[in-house]
Design a protein around this ligand. Structure first.
Ligand code: ZN
Length: 176
């Protein structure tokens, strides 16, 4: 059996106060503990089939998340993207267009909801070596980034679920 670099970490659940904290910026990019955390988060995202995971979800309150979009039963149309760590991310600008899409969260088991998000965002972030990137993301990837960035500010998707209004009937047969 081969041992890869990371190990799977325990994902904390809604009700844990760490999920409600504002996470701290990453400062020491060379720290072995940071690099290990990134490897562990990537492994945890893969093992849990998540399309994204933020450090606070493994009780590490740092401004760091992994985007790991891939098609899967929950999101069959998700684009395939290698697991990408984003550190100290910021949204620089966004579209006026807001789209609703279904979201769930590894820290909110058994729940899904329609969440409004910007359709397009321009993001600045550091990679795991500390290099600055500035990039535009759209649609599903933009949604993942906004969901994960919320985790760094103590916000969960269920805080943003759109009021059902006259669409409530759509939820009658939902799985959850
Ligand atoms: Zn989440």
């Amino acid at each position: 059996m081969t041992k890869d670099k990371g190990q799977t970490l325990k994902v904390i659940q809604i009700g844990n106060s760490i999920l409600r904290q504002t996470a701290q910026p990453v400062e020491n990019f060379a720290a072995a503990s940071l690099q290990q955390l990134i490897d562990d988060l990537i492994d945890t995202a893969i093992a849990s089939h998540g399309v994204g995971i933020a450090a606070p979800q493994v009780a590490q309150s740092y401004r760091l998340f992994i985007v790991s979009s891939h098609p899967n039963p929950r999101y069959p149309d998700a684009p395939l993207m290698p697991p990408t760590p984003m550190l100290n991310p910021e949204i620089l600008s966004h579209s006026q267009t807001i789209v609703e899409g279904s979201e769930g969260c590894l820290s909110v088991p058994g729940k899904r909801g329609l969440v409004p998000r910007y359709q397009e965002i321009e993001v600045a972030y550091r990679d795991r070596d500390g290099n600055l990137h500035r990039q535009v993301f759209t649609d599903f990837i933009a949604r993942i980034i906004q969901h994960e960035l919320d985790h760094l500010n103590g916000i969960l998707f269920c805080d943003r679920v759109a009021p059902l209004g006259d669409r409530a009937v759509e939820f009658k047969d939902s799985q959850n």
